[in-house]
Design a protein around this ligand. Structure first.
Ligand SMILES: Cc1cc2nc3c(=O)[nH]c(=O)nc-3n(C[C@H](O)[C@H](O)[C@H](O)COP(=O)(O)O)c2cc1C
Length: 353
């Protein structure tokens, strides 16, 4: 277990331990999709993680898919994130903001009036999404982005990364999983474009590479993480050859000097995506998914991962690091309050230490 508590450096990010808090959407944003004082409290409570990754945050109104998710494009949102960053830093923690553009995974009911649902191609996700007004609803048909609009979306990510730094956050993580916009560009099932952003693997990885390049040039590549789960089919996402697509993405992204690759480990269709990452990614690796302290310690001591991330255990165990250090049993969370507004099931889980 000892190595779990050792410090590690991921790019420009100095972590006090190998523990990372995995990004989790909690749907608590206030009016104008702003983070509130509840967010500052929630993340401060969890600041003993070596690195906190925030919930998914939309870089633009069009990036919003779910209800009550916060953004990072308005002044009020930047001010709200400033409170969060200050609260985490005051407790000695590090925090990066996860940028989540949902693309076609969206309902207009969850979005501001007039903000569109856009995607690489006009292909509807055959899946449902929760709304406060109508409960679960079918997802809508997106509008395919024109070729000259794609660089504008890239610029939105760049601005969002700049705003994250203005707010005092330590960096950003690009959400490139769960069937959202970057994964929609990568995957052959959702990307049927005939321009330079579609078709060949080189073209399908272009959007993600341009986003990483633009953000890195603005805030430094060592402050950027990349989150992936090759082979995942969540939100009706399909790729004919995930090994080929992500192999190429990893080879290219390895040249950038990013802070880390955040891998949600799965074996899908006979492919262990950790093997794929180990074969093609050269850089720091944060390993996620269903880890126990024992599995996490093994991954660190075997040199498979540089850090390990925990999601669900952080919901009801704000002092997860100390609990594991002291062998204190972990508390269970209330699943009925994962996405409800207000403090209950969010900031009211006590520390045990
Ligand atoms: C309530 C909830 C919300 C989540 N929201 C996000 C998110 O916004 N971005 C993301 O990349 N992953 C999200 N995830 C996935 C987690 O980051 C993590 O990958 C997953 O829970 C598996 O890790 P675990 O076994 O330690 O919980 C979410 C998971 C949960 C339980």
């Amino acid at each position: 277990m000892k190595q779990l508590f050792d410090p590690v450096r991921l790019g420009e990010l100095d972590l006090s331990t190998r523990f990372v808090m995995s990004p989790m959407t909690r749907s608590r944003a206030g009016a104008g999709d702003t983070p509130t004082e509840l967010h500052a409290l929630y993340y401060a409570q969890r600041a003993s993680a070596g690195l906190v990754v925030t919930e998914g945050v939309q870089p633009s109104p069009a990036g919003k898919g779910y209800c009550r998710t916060p953004g990072i494009y308005s002044q009020a949102q930047v001010s709200g994130w400033r409170e969060v960053a200050d609260a985490v830093h005051a407790r000695g923690g590090r925090i990066v903001l996860q940028l989540m553009h949902c693309g076609r995974v969206a309902s207009p009911i969850n979005k501001e009036d007039g903000s569109e649902i856009v995607a690489p191609s006009a292909i509807r996700a055959n899946a449902r999404i929760f709304t406060d007004v109508d409960g679960l609803v079918d997802m809508e048909m997106p509008r395919a982005l024109d070729t000259d609009e794609v660089p504008m979306v890239v610029r939105e990510y760049r601005e969002a990364a700049v705003n994250a730094r203005k707010a005092g956050l330590d960096g950003v993580e690009l959400h490139c999983s769960s069937g959202y916009l970057p994964m929609q560009f990568l995957s052959s099932g959702t990307n049927q474009r005939t321009d330079r952003y579609g078709g060949s693997v080189e073209n399908r990885i272009r959007f993600v590479m341009e986003v990483l390049d633009a953000m890195g040039a603005a805030i430094g590549f060592g402050r950027i993480g990349l989150r992936v789960c090759p082979g995942l089919t969540y939100n009706d996402i399909h790729d004919a050859d995930p090994a080929g697509t992500y192999g190429a993405l990893f080879e290219n992204a390895s040249k950038l000097g990013l802070a880390y690759l955040h891998l949600v480990r799965r074996t899908i269709g006979g492919m262990d995506n950790l093997e794929l990452a180990r074969n093609h990614w050269r850089g720091r690796l944060v390993l996620n998914n269903d880890l126990t302290p024992e599995l996490a310690a093994e991954a660190i001591s075997a040199g498979i991962a540089d850090a390990v991330s925990f999601g669900r255990p952080y919901i009801a165990n704000p002092d997860l690091v100390e609990r594991i250090r002291q062998g204190i049993p972990l508390a269970d969370f209330d699943a009925s309050r994962l996405y409800t507004a207000g403090p209950r099931g969010f900031t009211d889980y006590p520390a045990a230490t």
